[in-house]
Design a protein around this ligand. Structure first.
Ligand SMILES: Nc1ncnc2c1ncn2[C@@H]1O[C@H](COP(=O)(O)OP(=O)(O)OP(=O)(O)O)[C@@H](O)[C@H]1O
Length: 850
């Protein structure tokens, strides 16, 4: 079937040469054949600072391309924080604080609106009382439309009108009433009594009622003057303003807090964005591959932090501009305060970045990490901002203690607390600036501004502890920085894993090692113990691995020489990938040891990693990059000269048949093309040793053959490699030595021929009959003709037998016997072959549940 597939593929390519490929099929095959694998490895390599520069270029290009091609990260890390901060800063400017208020004329104008006149009740009117009321009101309410309603039962009228109009509408237009209460003469002086009634819906209606009552009285006696009433509150005193900044019920407090909240949320958004890329790279093992390929751990984190700093500083510049645009004078009007604000924000980056890095370690889902880091940072800081002042109200000392603890735990709270202190200090300073402290009387009454020891603000906020200065905040931020960088390094180095690692007890290990072993496997173990690790490219000595209590790899020993390909075969879950991961340093070797070109993998996995081209089972890509960009990145990491990179990358792309996909983003690649690219990454710079974990899974037969050609050439050029594959044909084509692994152990080891001869029954016979009715007869006849033969498989019309080898059996005899029965048994076709690797493999995997 595979041959048919290849033929059809060729025909299709001939018919549509330009659609599927830029090159003719044969031309590509020729190129692959002729393309020397030595082109993968230029003769010169960068060293020292040039290598670091090249790797820095790789690291920054990767981040830049990822950022450019993911609009979501631009929104999350740039636009959202800016919008949020701008909105909250704007809101803070709208919160009214204690300032001078405008004067308010006390007259009827507010009651005559919406085309309705203000209504004044006139009760028990006598003589010209009504006209006096009208005149008195008119005098001081020029241009205001009002009507008078005469009644002897005001209460009843009000009740009825309120019922009809509703309380609000009634109250808006019925502010007052005046009742004639008689006039009399007392001690020859005339007295007139008027009752002024007011609707207490409005605060100023009593003063309006009294004023108009006076006007009505004056109208009766004289016409010479009017009384106009205005309500103009006194400006708030300085002590009012100073109290306001610390008063939970006051607008000033909330104005400060609003900006504090703005900083908390905006900064939380910025730093939580730093986790996203890190988790993606860690999860898909692209980070491990980069570190294996030559990026030092410290350099990886340095370049990561530098890239994040670019964003961080950009965000700070934008926040500063926003504060200036909205004229938050407490932060912006004095240059040294503005510098302090910027300094505090910059200082926050010292713990803020590693805080996000530390929190990124437990996560595997980048989006979830982004949300949780953002929420935890925001929530803890806002909680502190609200709860700590409340505690301080009941107990100042407890408030101070909790503030220090909270600040130590959460950098975002520490920053927000510093912002509040700066705001309050500057606000107090500007209040005090209007007080004349040279006047001893004023100074004595304003010790908060004019005193020395007990002043409400400080000129040296950066150097002051306590509620007035930010020195404690600065110290805490610096300490936090050291702490969170330490936790980042500890998690990266896996120090915590070492503490919690549980191993099976030594008794169990011994029992596991002492099981009966194949003699070839034992011999290989002895060889490995005697050979010189410095002269053998790959040596594995009694490798053991367990995952908690599960013993996955049980003491593997093997070695691979230059020019050899060691095939690691095994059923799913046999422990192949775990073995690879131990060889590459991705997984800790729990017992035993491995050496790559003499480097001890347990202690020098980064050094040994540089000599390994690793094609992992998973796709360790940054899928927003193109295949070509990915190869460029690894070429830079491996220290290939910039001028040599195009040729290296081009020859790899060409050899693996990836030309037409090279400039496409990896996220659009098919599974097979991703595998090809993974292999391409392993081939960059052609390291001494190749570890290839199922490099052709999912690759079509034609591309598989292209890959085999390349790998054969790599092997012939003297490189050593280990290959795992579930494709036996692939192992037969490429491997010089093979081991079959079952349940964490080698069941056999040796050359292909040795394994086939030792474990294979002899020959394999495959026949296909014309119809189902001939099946039973065919089974009987074959087993009678070839004594000891065994039926291994039956699929529809196809039967597969294993024939026993003996001294007399020859190929000619087998064929002549088959020819003699083929027409009698209605055999359509048959094939005879030596026992294949696959059959040996199937024998070993019996009973493994696979
Ligand atoms: N991180 C892990 N934690 C717990 N068990 C694990 C872990 N990784 C692997 N295992 C277990 O160890 C055993 C060996 O796994 P491994 O991936 O090495 O097998 P494999 O031979 O590579 O399989 P496959 O052919 O499917 O890739 C399996 O039983 C697997 O479930």
């Amino acid at each position: 079937m595979e041959e048919v597939f290849l033929k059809v593929n060729k025909l299709a390519d001939e018919k549509q040469p330009s659609e599927n490929n830029n090159m003719e099929n044969d031309e590509q095959d020729r190129l692959v054949q002729n393309n020397s694998v030595e082109r993968f490895r230029p003769t010169r390599k960068l060293q020292g600072s040039s290598l670091y520069l090249s790797q820095a270029k790789a690291m920054f290009t990767k981040r830049y391309l990822f950022f450019r091609r993911r609009p979501g990260s631009i929104y999350g890390q740039v636009i959202a924080p800016l919008i949020y901060f701008a909105l909250l800063t704007y809101t803070s400017t709208k919160i009214k604080s204690s300032t001078d208020q405008n004067s308010l004329p006390i007259n009827l104008s507010v009651y005559a609106s919406d085309g309705v006149s203000a209504n004044i009740f006139v009760e028990w009117t006598q003589g010209n009382f009504t006209s006096s009321v009208r005149q008195g009101i008119s005098e001081v309410n020029q241009g205001v439309s009002f009507v008078l309603t005469e009644t002897n039962d005001t209460l009843n009228v009000i009740v009825e009108d309120t019922k009809n109009d509703g309380l609000t509408k009634f109250s808006k237009h019925n502010p007052l009433g005046f009742a004639w209460n008689g006039s009399f003469v007392l001690e020859s002086k005339p007295f007139t009594i008027i009752n002024a009634l007011f609707n207490n819906f409005a605060l100023h209606s009593p003063s309006l009622a009294v004023n108009l009552a006076d006007m009505i009285m004056f109208t009766n006696s004289t016409n010479n003057f009017n009384i106009y009433v205005t309500n103009h509150p006194l400006p708030p005193s300085n002590s009012d303003k100073l109290q306001n900044t610390n008063n939970l019920n006051n607008a000033q407090f909330w104005s400060t807090s609003t900006i504090g909240f703005g900083i908390i949320v905006a900064m939380s958004l910025v730093i939580s964005g730093f986790t996203y890329f890190l988790i993606r790279e860690k999860k898909n093992k692209a980070k491990h591959l980069q570190i294996m390929s030559g990026v030092q751990i410290w350099f990886y984190w340095l370049t990561t932090a530098l890239w994040d700093c670019i964003f961080f500083v950009g965000a700070i510049i934008a926040f500063t501009i926003i504060m200036n645009v909205f004229h938050i004078k407490e932060y912006t009007s004095r240059t040294d305060t503005l510098i302090l604000v910027v300094f505090m924000m910059l200082l926050y980056g010292w713990p803020g970045l590693p805080f996000a890095y530390t929190l990124s370690f437990p996560f595997t889902n980048p989006s979830r990490a982004y949300t949780l880091v953002m929420l935890s940072s925001t929530f803890t800081a806002i909680l502190g901002t609200i709860i700590i002042p409340l505690i301080s109200i009941s107990s100042k000392s407890w408030g101070d203690v909790i503030e220090i603890i909270w600040s130590l735990l959460f950098p975002t709270y520490t920053l927000s607390s510093a912002f509040n202190k700066i705001y309050n200090n500057e606000n107090s300073r500007s209040v005090c600036a209007s007080i004349d402290c040279n006047n001893t009387l004023i100074a004595a009454n304003n010790r908060g501004c004019c005193g020395t020891g007990d002043r409400v603000y400080t000129d040296n906020i950066l150097g002051t502890f306590g509620s007035k200065g930010v020195l404690l905040n600065v110290i805490i931020l610096i300490l936090q920085g050291f702490f969170f960088w330490f936790t980042t390094i500890a998690l990266e180095k896996g120090w915590l894993n070492k503490i919690k690692l549980t191993k099976p007890n030594s008794e169990q290990i011994e029992t596991d090692t002492i099981t009966i072993e194949d003699e070839d496997v034992s011999r290989e173990r002895e060889i490995v113990h005697t050979l010189n690790e410095n002269e053998t490219p790959i040596v594995a000595k009694d490798l053991k691995k367990w995952y908690n209590d599960f013993y996955a790899v049980k003491g593997l020993s093997f070695h691979v020489n230059n020019g050899d390909c060691f095939g690691l075969l095994g059923v799913n879950g046999a422990g192949k990938t775990s073995t690879f991961q131990m060889l590459t340093g991705e997984n800790v070797i729990d017992k035993g040891n491995a050496y790559i070109q003499g480097f001890d993998v347990t202690t020098q996995w980064r050094e040994s990693g540089r000599l390994i081209g690793y094609c992992p089972q998973y796709d360790a890509f940054i899928k927003e990059l193109t295949g070509e960009e990915m190869l460029y990145m690894f070429a830079r990491i491996r220290g290939i000269f910039e001028e040599d990179i195009p040729d290296v990358v081009f020859s790899i792309i060409e050899s693996l048949g990836l030309t037409q996909y090279a400039k496409k983003q990896i996220k659009n690649y098919s599974g097979g093309n991703k595998r090809r690219l993974s292999l391409g990454i392993a081939l960059v710079g052609l390291p001494e040793v190749l570890l290839l974990d199922e490099p052709t899974t999912g690759v079509d037969p034609k591309a598989r053959r292209i890959i085999w050609n390349v790998l054969s050439k790599v092997r012939e050029s003297g490189h050593a490699f280990v290959l795992t594959s579930h494709n036996m044909e692939e192992c037969e084509a490429l491997c010089t030595n093979i081991a079959i692994m079952v349940d964490g152990r080698f069941k056999c080891i040796g050359s292909q021929q040795h394994i086939k001869s030792k474990y294979g029954a002899g020959y394999s016979l495959l026949i296909r009959v014309e119809a189902m009715e001939y099946i039973e007869k065919a089974k009987r006849w074959v087993q009678e003709l070839f004594l000891g033969s065994e039926l291994k498989e039956q699929h529809l019309l196809q039967l597969k037998f294993e024939l026993k080898r003996n001294d007399e059996t020859t190929w000619s005899l087998l064929f002549s016997e088959m020819e003699s029965i083929s027409s009698e048994l209605h055999i359509v076709d048959y094939s005879l072959s030596q026992t294949t690797l696959e059959q040996v493999f199937l024998e070993f995997s019996k009973g493994t549940g696979n």
